[in-house]
Design a protein around this ligand. Structure first.
Ligand code: MN3
Length: 203
């Protein structure tokens, strides 16, 4: 079974004005589609064929760069579309809201740390909110298409929120203003989905 490009869970203009339709169209239809296709090509005829993407990423150090880059790209973007939405923004409530307050002191402090992780990632990469092995929240960042599920990164955990800080994610609308893009991202975060992922990760 080959991996399939997931459908966007909303229309490509649904995140405007924060993320524009043209960026979504290219990002999903070209970039994510490309990672998916190249991942399938990289695993065809290997031991990775038929495994879950999570299993592949957990042992990615033993795989080649093609699996690492495209497997990460496939997984990361699949998560990215899900944790955004047209009715996004605001703040999380429930168990995740409590955990953020406990771990970071306040939502605003978490937001600053997350934006800082995205803003200081040199070159291309991602910023993450993860649940670590002790069920604690942490903010991390990773280069390229690496992610916290991979056995090659410093801080492992289950990613429950991620933001793409590759230039292709924001350059049409924000040019070099990555901090503005990161601020706008907070207007489209689907906290219901992030909370669902949090509850699943700690259960
Ligand atoms: Mn991308």
């Amino acid at each position: 079974m080959a991996f399939e490009l997931p459908k966007l869970p909303y229309e490509k203009d649904a995140l405007e004005p924060h993320i524009d339709a043209k960026t979504m169209e290219i990002h999903h239809g070209k970039h994510h589609a490309g990672y998916t296709k190249k991942l399938n090509a990289a695993i065809e005829g290997t031991d990775h064929e038929g495994k879950s993407i999570e299993d592949i990423l957990a042992n990615v150090s033993a795989a080649g760069a093609g699996v690492r880059n495209n497997g990460g790209g496939f997984y990361n973007h699949s998560l990215f579309w899900e944790v955004m939405g047209p009715n996004g923004g605001g703040t999380p409530s429930g168990s995740l809201g409590d955990a953020i307050n406990n771990q970071f002191g306040s939502f605003d402090k978490f937001k600053d740390e997350f934006k800082n992780a995205g803003g200081t990632q040199f070159g291309s990469g991602w910023a993450w909110l993860i649940v670590d092995k002790n069920n604690k929240l942490a903010v991390t960042n990773t280069p390229n298409q690496d992610n916290p599920l991979m056995d090659v990164v410093d801080e492992n955990g289950t990613p429950i929120l991620g933001v793409d800080v590759w230039e292709h994610a924001y350059y049409l609308n924000y040019q070099n203003r990555r901090p503005d893009y990161l601020e706008a991202f907070f207007n489209v975060i689907n906290w219901d989905e992030v909370s669902r992922r949090y509850d699943e990760a700690i259960s």
